[in-house]
Design a protein around this ligand. Structure first.
Ligand SMILES: [Zn+2]
Ligand SMILES: [Zn+2]
Length: 281
C-alpha cells in the first residue's frame, strides 16, 4: 500500500469516479499525494484541486497521452505542467477532435455489422470529457449487444473486434515537447516494452531519452517484481527519474485498487521528491 499514487483516471476520461469522488476515495484510502492523469485532458484538475487542498492532500497535475513510437502505441505521462497554458490547451483540443472522429468511424462499422447506436448516447456518457471506446462499450451493454466490457471489446471494439478502428495518435516526440514547453516532466507510462525484442529495449529507450524522455513509470499497478526490477535497472542505466501509480479506473477496473494496484504497489517518497525537483516544484 502506497501513500503516493501518480496514475489515476476520472470520469473526464475512462474512470468511473468524478474528480471529487476520486479525491474522496483517495483520502479515505490514506493517499497523501495524488496525481490525476486523465487521457488527453486536464479538465478534472480544477474540480479536484480545492477539495484536495481542504483535505490536506497534495494534488499533482498530470495527463496521459497515447502516442506513436516505432509503429507502436505507447503512453506518455506528463506531470506538473502549467496546464492552463493556452498553447498547451490548444494542442490537447486537437487530441479531442481525433478522438471524436474515431468514435464516428467505429459507429459506422458497427452499423455495417447490424448494430445501430446513436452518437448522442455515447456522447452523453462521455459528458464533456475525453470520449473513448469504453463509452461505446457501455452503450453496447445498455442496449443488450454485449453483457460485459470484455465481451464488447472482444466482439466489436478491441483490435480483433469487427468494428475496430485504429486511433490516429500524435508522434511521441511531439508530445514530449508539448509537456516540456508547458513546464512539465515527461514519463513513459507502464513500460511493458511490448513488441520490443529484449535486445532492442536499450536502443528504444536511448532514442526516447535523446528526444526528451525524463523518466519511467517503474512502479505500476500490475507490474511483477521482475518487471519492476527490469525497469529500475533501465532507469539507472539512463539516469532517469522513476515514477509510480496504480492506473486506477474506479469500478471499471475493479481489480486495480487505488494506491495498491493489483497487489503491493509502493511508490517511494524519494521518487516523488526527485520528480518535484526536476519540475522545479
Ligand atoms: Zn496507459
Ligand atoms: Zn492510465
Amino acid at each position: 500500500m502506497s501513500r503516493i499514487d501518480l496514475h489515476t483516471h476520472t470520469t473526464w476520461s475512462d474512470g468511473s469516479y468524478s474528480p471529487t469522488e476520486l479525491v474522496e476515495w483517495a483520502h479515505h484510502h490514506d493517499i497523501r499525494t495524488l496525481a490525476i492523469t486523465d487521457h488527453d485532458t486536464t479538465e478534472g484538475l480544477d474540480e479536484a484541486l480545492p477539495l484536495s487542498q481542504a483535505l490536506g492532500m497534495d494534488l499533482i497535475p498530470g495527463m496521459e497521452i497515447s502516442t506513436r513510437f516505432q509503429e507502436r502505441e505507447i503512453h506518455v505521462l506528463g506531470y506538473f505542467m502549467n496546464y492552463q497554458d493556452p498553447t498547451f490547451q490548444t494542442r490537447i483540443r486537437g487530441l479531442q477532435s481525433t478522438r471524436l472522429q474515431r468514435i464516428q468511424k467505429i459507429l459506422h462499422k458497427l452499423e455495417f455489422n447490424g448494430v445501430s447506436l446513436y452518437l448522442e448516447d455515447v456522447q452523453r456518457l462521455a459528458g464533456s470529457g475525453s470520449i473513448g471506446r469504453p463509452h461505446i462499450a457501455q452503450v453496447l451493454i445498455q442496449q443488450g449487444h454485449a453483457s460485459t466490457f470484455r465481451e464488447a471489446f472482444e466482439k466489436y471494439l478491441g483490435i480483433r473486434g469487427t468494428a475496430y478502428v485504429p486511433r490516429d495518435v500524435p508522434e511521441v516526440f511531439e508530445t514530449f515537447s508539448w509537456i516540456r514547453e508547458a513546464g512539465g516532466v515527461v514519463i513513459l507510462a507502464h513500460p511493458f516494452w511490448e513488441g520490443f525484442r529484449r535486445e532492442d529495449v536499450d536502443s528504444a529507450c536511448q532514442t526516447l531519452v535523446e528526444n526528451g524522455l525524463q523518466g519511467l513509470e517503474v512502479f505500476y499497478g500490475t507490474f511483477s517484481a521482475k518487471q519492476i526490477s527490469f525497469n529500475l535497472h533501465l532507469a539507472k542505466r539512463f539516469n532517469l527519474l522513476v515514477s509510480g501509480g496504480s492506473d486506477f479506473h474506479g469500478t471499471y477496473k475493479p481489480e486495480i485498487a487505488i494506491g495498491k494496484g493489483k497487489g503491493s504497489l509502493k511508490v517511494p517518497q524519494s521518487a516523488l521528491d526527485q520528480l518535484r525537483k526536476a519540475a522545479g516544484k
